[in-house]
Design a protein around this ligand. Structure first.
Ligand SMILES: Cc1cc2nc3c(=O)[nH]c(=O)nc-3n(C[C@H](O)[C@H](O)[C@H](O)COP(=O)(O)OP(=O)(O)OC[C@H]3O[C@@H](n4cnc5c(N)ncnc54)[C@H](O)[C@@H]3O)c2cc1C
Length: 378
């Protein structure tokens, strides 16, 4: 799929922003100090790109999925956690609120998402409901003008920088598990909501958290989408999430490849650059092929989304391939650097750590294979 000249101009603009505003040292600092890039996010808010997929009447740029993919790929190339922060704005803000929100929610929240004033995260996973996500049990019980939430969530990423959390709850347990799910916009500072950071292998700047809901009162006006039928709304957002995460990781994979290629051309052993050894050059060729296929799948899916023709299988193939590719590219890239790849002096170790999440989070690779097989009638 070819992008238009306007879309490539947009890519150039994002690239220039990244070159101007983000240094390698800054990214490393945020990583090692586990510090969220707050000032960068504010600058992104000034560009208007955080509202890339928000309708113009709500303060956004009215762009489509291809523009979203370009933005996330280019940001992912330099700073994956920043790209993930933006992914949450476009998925749980622009897409989810924009598609399923009430007029009031759209009018009050979307302009703030677009300006960067308001950040949104997402809580679906629970200790007993991971891959089997529809089996969630955190309850929301009606009480006058409110719902009262009780239960636990785990792995809510970006919670520490978020103002609102899209929380999937159980509002009816009488029928099938996919029925009786309702989503709410919950204030992250709400009374009765406690959180604890979780130590992880990577993605340190934004982090992830365990949440405890103890009689958390949420106004009915904060219900997002349909009562009891939230699973269907989530399906739309989760497929969009697959595009966003894959685009960001494709950018990151390109950066891992660029680092490994440069190193292989500069590093000499046996009186020649190591890139000249077939074992190394074949590894780099494999990495090149994988990133190009990821890129093709990202823009194929994005254009199908824009054309209204995207399928569940397309989303699963994209997520599966792009995430497995990033993991392999990071692994092979680290190998190209030999012992130096294993040190904290180079960025390949960060790619190696962060790429590991891709095949686990947002539906593991096994689950993507299950989805693909199901669409084949298996
Ligand atoms: C760093 C991090 C950030 C995350 N961020 C978020 C977030 O922001 N919001 C959120 O809601 N969640 C988030 N998650 C949760 C993530 O989506 C889940 O971890 C993931 O869906 C897997 O669930 P689980 O960890 O409970 O593993 P399990 O479901 O227990 O799976 C364990 C193993 O069993 C396999 N398995 C399970 N069922 C099947 C099956 N039917 N067929 C074949 N294999 C199967 C899995 O593939 C896996 O290998 C995050 C997770 C991590 C680690």
């Amino acid at each position: 799929m070819e992008t238009t000249p306007e879309q490539e101009m947009f890519r150039d603009a994002v690239r220039s922003f990244c070159e101007r505003e983000i240094t390698r040292e800054y990214v490393r600092e945020c990583d090692s100090e586990r510090r969220a890039p707050v000032e960068l996010y504010e600058k992104l808010g000034e560009t208007g790109w955080l509202g890339i997929n928000i309708d113009e009447e709500y303060g956004g740029a009215g762009g489509g999925a291809v523009e979203v993919a370009i933005l996330l790929e280019e940001l992912g190339r330099v700073f994956l956690d920043l790209s993930f922060w933006v992914f949450r704005a476009v998925t749980w803000g622009g897409l989810m609120i924009g598609t399923f929100g009430t007029e009031e929610q759209k009018r009050t929240l979307l302009p703030k998402v677009a300006s960067g004033e308001l950040s949104v995260c997402f809580s679906l996973t629970e200790p007993e409901a991971g891959s089997d996500a529809a089996s969630i049990s955190l309850t929301a019980t009606e009480d006058g003008d409110d719902f009262i939430l009780n239960g636990q969530k785990v792995f809510t990423s970006g919670f520490k920088v978020s103002d609102l959390d899209v929380v999937a709850t159980r509002t009816d347990s009488g029928g099938k598990k996919h029925h009786g799910i309702t989503n709410f916009l919950v204030d992250t500072k709400a009374e009765g909501l406690e959180w604890q950071p979780i130590e992880t292998l990577g993605h340190w700047p934004l982090g992830t958290a365990m949440l405890f809901f103890d009689d958390v009162r949420v106004p009915k006006a904060n219900m997002l989408g349909r009562l009891h039928d939230g699973w269907r709304d989530l399906g739309v957002s989760l497929r969009y999430e697959r595009l966003c995460l894959s685009a960001a990781r494709t950018g990151a994979a390109k950066s891992a490849l660029a680092d490994a290629l440069q190193y292989a051309q500069e590093r000499e052993q046996f009186d020649q650059p190591i890139a000249g050894f077939q074992a190394v050059s074949h590894r780099l060729a494999e990495m090149q092929m994988m990133t190009e296929i990821s890129e093709m799948l990202v823009y194929r899916y994005a254009s199908r989304l824009d054309g209204g023709a995207a399928t569940t299988r397309d989303a699963a193939i994209l997520k599966l391939y792009a995430c497995e590719a990033y993991k392999s590219v990071a692994d092979m890239g680290l190998q190209v650097l030999g012992g130096y790849g294993y040190t904290m002096e180079y960025d390949l170790q960060r790619h190696y750590r962060e790429s590991r999440l891709g095949v686990i989070g947002a539906g593991t690779s096994d689950i993507q294979r299950n989805i693909i097989a199901k669409t084949m009638g298996i």
